[in-house]
Design a protein around this ligand. Structure first.
Ligand code: AMP
Length: 249
């Protein structure tokens, strides 16, 4: 079973993003970039499926600038077999990413695509769902457990009331939630080995996809600073302050 894992290069989750001086977006120049954390979980799950003998090949895909190669090398060091970079300077929106992935699915014929549930830069939480819609494949989003057997994927997902398990006919789309697994660190020998693994570069035109954005960002601003909070001594004081100072009750 071939598994496709899309991985996005985003600002490292430890870094506090800064808005560009002209308010046109978030500053990425000179900022540490890493693999989207949910995508690390997706890669880890694919590697575990391979270790169990369920998956036979893992193909990591990234859509982005040349430096997204580093993100792909990380996926290769974690255990992916080969990588595809779809090179573009455009900040491709989820629908564009889903269209590119659909074209890659046609080219690669995976039986499972594991994405992150969301990319932590734009928090869109849309690409997996759009890809499932475009392909007409079943989807299991926010997976906290995946079991593959008899041509089906049992996907356990965290929902408001508890846990739900879906049985999806393969091929299928799964998106990874935080509790699916704990991703491994790539070891130095595996980082060295990853340098020799195949990495193919395409451009959106090779896949027949127009990635021109459909949304325009009007402005990006820092959230207003929060006022310092206070401690109250009693419920009565809280009510009095809410009534007389905050004037909210
Ligand atoms: P989003 O819908 O943007 O929150 O992203 C959800 C998931 O789609 C991510 O966790 C990735 O697995 C995948 N994805 C989104 N954008 C890209 C990209 N530019 N390259 C590769 N994968 C992506």
């Amino acid at each position: 079973m071939k598994v496709l894992v899309p991985v996005k290069r985003v600002i490292d989750f430890n870094i506090k993003p800064r808005v560009k001086a002209d308010g046109s977006g978030v500053e990425t120049a000179g900022v540490k970039m890493s693999m989207n954390p949910f995508d690390e979980i997706a890669v880890e799950e694919a590697v575990r499926l391979k270790e169990k003998g369920v998956a036979t090949e893992i193909v990591a895909v990234s859509i982005g600038v040349q430096q997204a190669q580093d993100t792909l090398r990380t996926a290769l060091a974690m255990g992916a077999d080969r990588a595809i970079l779809v090179l573009t300077d455009v900040a491709v929106e989820p629908l564009g990413v889903a269209k590119l992935l659909k074209a890659l699915v046609a080219k690669e014929s995976p039986e499972l695509v594991i994405l992150g549930k969301q990319a932590i830069d734009d928090d869109m939480n849309a690409t997996g769902q759009m890809l499932a819609g475009l392909l007409g494949w079943p989807q299991g989003t926010f997976a906290s457990r995946i079991e593959i057997a008899d041509g089906r994927a049992a996907v356990t997902r965290e929902i408001d009331g508890g846990l739900e398990t879906l049985s999806l006919a393969l091929p299928a789309i799964v998106t990874a939630d935080l509790r699916l697994n704990e991703p491994r660190y790539a070891s130095l020998p595996n980082i060295m080995k990853a340098r020799k693994k195949p990495l193919e570069t395409l451009v959106p035109g090779d896949l027949g996809v127009d990635v021109t954005p459909r949304l325009a960002t009007l402005s990006v601003a820092e959230p207003p600073p929060r006022k310092e909070g206070i401690k109250v001594a009693s419920a009565a004081e809280l009510v009095a302050r809410l009534r007389n100072e905050a004037k909210v009750i």
